[in-house]
Design a protein around this ligand. Structure first.
Ligand code: SF4
Ligand code: SF4
Length: 424
């Protein structure tokens, strides 16, 4: 693309992106006025990131990641800042549609569209992009990114998580990744640096677990869309600042719990959200659920709970123990359908539905996402056997299906009213 056209496209896309982000935030703030005051911090992070674009450039190297399965502790131990690049922007989706096959998923089109413009909104300059070889679309993305001029590291993933061979393969892969990070940053990953990174990310994950635990409240203390915004901010926010803001939010929710201040009535249908990841500003489906009177009390998506729930555990402060620990933390609990078995994901969904007293499950498939589309049948059968109502939705980042989706979501929430009333 010649320079002039690139500049023009960057400008128009930037305008559309800012409008899209503004509209999502408007709906979140205005449609649900009783949100906790501590949410202002998170709204502001997105206003800045998608408005003026202010990436936190502080001299440290920046490593872009394309999946939750990249062990962020290693990136931090090598002195770099990880930035999750998965994009939810329709403005970037349209850019990606110009050079990717029409059947590609919106998430890939948006992410590659964003990177093709070198307009990484909140991420700033990227010194390395880590591309785990997960689904086919991601596997093929590495070459394109190199064509765009990025330094790419293809992090090789096993096809299953269950065998000893897969675990050994992954451990070797993560060890090699550590060496590549050291070459990129010029900083050695020592046992002290890795222990510090595990501790700092552990504190962030502990803060998230507080929030997650509060979502179990019999009457909702926080909307699921707000909780998703909090976890989406983790993609690019400063680690310690994010941890502090989540703890402040959890403190406020505990206080509201004592004073019986809730964000939804006790008869509101409680929803467990799963499927292809919702990423800001595309919170179309989660917003429709809550606008229809439901409340998302838990999720099983890699842009939210799957991103932050698990902790790395090691016995000895030695690299031979800690590197496998962060590798296991990233791989073992990951219930992404790119792996060959669906059983862990089904177990996790049934467990979440019970723990969070969900009245129903909404399963999102982004059009073009084969792994989630294929797995929805197996998941659907397991939920039906457990008598848990399910709404399957195929959508994309565009606004065209808004009316039709709204009707289907309203009907589903309405159908859960009897169940919600009995539960309450
Ligand atoms: S859906 Fe799976 S492959 Fe895609 S980013 Fe999430 S965890 Fe990674
Ligand atoms: S797993 Fe699905 S949503 Fe994620 S990049 Fe692959 S096709 Fe897209």
């Amino acid at each position: 693309m010649d320079k002039e056209r690139l500049e023009r496209l960057r400008k128009t896309t930037g305008v559309h992106l800012a409008m899209e982000a503004k509209e999502t935030l408007r709906q979140m703030e205005e449609d649900f006025p009783v949100h906790p005051a501590a949410m202002q911090y998170f709204y502001e992070q997105f206003r800045i990131a998608y408005g003026s674009g202010g990436a936190n450039e502080d001299g440290r190297k920046r490593v872009g990641t394309l999946c939750v399965q990249v062990p962020e502790e290693l990136v931090r131990a090598a002195g770099a800042v990880p930035v999750r690049l998965c994009s939810g922007a329709h403005a970037f989706d349209q850019v990606g549609a110009e050079f990717l096959p029409a059947k590609s998923c919106s998430l890939m089109k948006a992410t590659l569209g964003m990177l093709s413009l070198r307009s990484t909104a909140f991420s700033g300059t990227l010194d390395l992009v880590v591309n785990p070889t997960t689904c086919d679309q991601k596997k093929k993305a590495g070459e394109l990114l190199e064509e765009f001029g990025y330094r790419v590291y293809n992090l090789e993933m096993p096809a299953s998580r269950d065998s000893e061979e897969a675990r050994e393969y992954w451990h070797r892969s993560v060890k090699n990744f550590g060496a590549a990070l050291e070459r990129t940053t010029g900083v050695r990953i020592t046992k002290q640096r890795l222990a510090d990174a595990i501790r700092a990310t552990g504190l962030a994950r502990a803060a998230y677990r507080r929030l997650h635990g509060l979502q179990q409240s019999r009457q909702a203390l926080i909307r699921g869309t707000d909780a998703m915004l909090v976890t989406n901010a983790y993609f690019f926010d400063d680690l310690d600042r994010w941890t502090g803001a989540v703890n402040a939010l959890a403190d406020e929710l505990e206080d509201r719990q004592d004073r019986s201040v809730f964000v939804a009535g006790k008869h509101a249908a409680r929803i467990l959200f799963t499927g292809s990841p919702p990423v800001f500003p595309n919170l179309k489906l989660p917003l429709l659920i809550e606008q229809a009177g439901g409340v998302i009390v838990a999720d099983e998506v890699c842009s939210s709970s799957r991103l932050l729930y698990d902790l790395a555990a090691y016995d000895e402060q030695a690299l031979y123990d800690m590197v496998p620990a962060v590798a296991d933390r990233a791989l073992k609990p990951c219930t992404c359908p790119v792996f060959s078995s669906s059983q862990d994901r089904i177990r996790r969904l049934l467990d979440l539905a019970q723990t969070f007293s969900a009245d129903g499950v909404v399963y999102q498939t982004i059009a073009g996402c084969m792994p989630y589309d294929q797995e929805q049948r197996t998941v659907g059968r397991a939920l039906a056997a457990a008598n848990i109502p399910l709404l399957l939705v195929e959508t994309d980042y565009g606004p065209d299906d808004h009316g039709q989706l709204s009707t289907r979501v309203e009907a589903f929430i309405e159908s859960l009213r009897g169940k919600a009333r009995k539960r309450a």
